[in-house]
Write a protein that binds this ligand. Sequence first.
Ligand code: NAP
Length: 316
Amino acid sequence: MKDKVFDCIIIGGGPAGLSAALYCARGGVEAAIIDSSAMGGTPVNYCEIENYLGFSKIQGYELCEKFEEHVDNFNIQKFPYEEIQKIDLVSSIKKITTLNGEFLAHSVIIATGAKPKKLGIKGELENIGHGVSYCAVCDGSFYKDKVVAVVGGGNSALEEALYLTNHAKKVYLIHRRNEYRADEIVQKRVSANKKIEPVLNSTVEEILSDEKVYGIKIKDTKTNETNVIYLDGIFPYIGLEPNTEMFQSQIQLDKNGFIETDCEMKTKTQGVYAIGDVRNTPLRQVITAVADGAVAGVKVSEYLLEKKLQLQNTGK
Ligand code: NAP
């Protein structure tokens, strides 16, 4: 890539990034997508998506495959498995250094998404892959006829608890309050599922293991009483934290670390846009990520045109 300056580099090949790429391509913007893993983003690991308009039910990986196939009809260069080492977003020509080389661009769209928040308790990190998992779709089949727990009260926790009943014989659904925040339709499905046992007003204090997880210590938040639940696996789904570590000094973040943008997806750093779960959006869904990508693709194309006109006027 030496010396080549793209019109736009999109960092992140999930639904937001792929949508931005499509709109960039249609607007004549020469764009490339780089991603630290394969294209598709987090929804590849979602069991079923039921609220993407036009598809009453579709597997996450299938929808992402369709997004990528659509983008492949255009001249978009894709660079998967590019681990970013260093980044300069402040200069007029943006520079992204990966293990494989350097990418230069007149503008950047950040679509790096978010990752699962950790419980931050004893036994969690050391047992990842030995009974602690953040991906029910990836690991659910290891728990055939076993007992597992899901932690959280949002859409992710309840949907993944439902998914896990396809494999496990029992799923404890542990939530710190006495009411869930998930959509009502999902809550009704959970109530109707006999394999799910809600454990409300409870927090997980410790994950117990010898060579692998065998139980969890939970605390009743009303009485402070502790109890042990014996099980084979635990799936924390307690929300998301943004993948913004590498941008911290160059982009304005909100108090939770999400990137602040205006309604045109512009950040305070010139020529840099942010879309999808990584920005301070009121709703984190595939459909809103895709919409963000569309806005950013169009706005980048306008920004580049303006920049070009300015350069022409100043004779540069
Ligand atoms: P979320 O909606 O933020 O819910 C996080 C849940 O974890 C909350 O119930 C919260 O409890 C609990 N929690 C947070 N920190 C905790 C801690 N330290 N210990 C114990 N519990 C903790 O997160 P999410 O479910 O991952 O969803 C993230 C976003 O994606 C949301 O906007 C969601 O709507 C969206 N999403 C949508 C779909 C869909 O539409 N099909 C599917 C998945 C996700 P409190 O309720 O007490 O705060």
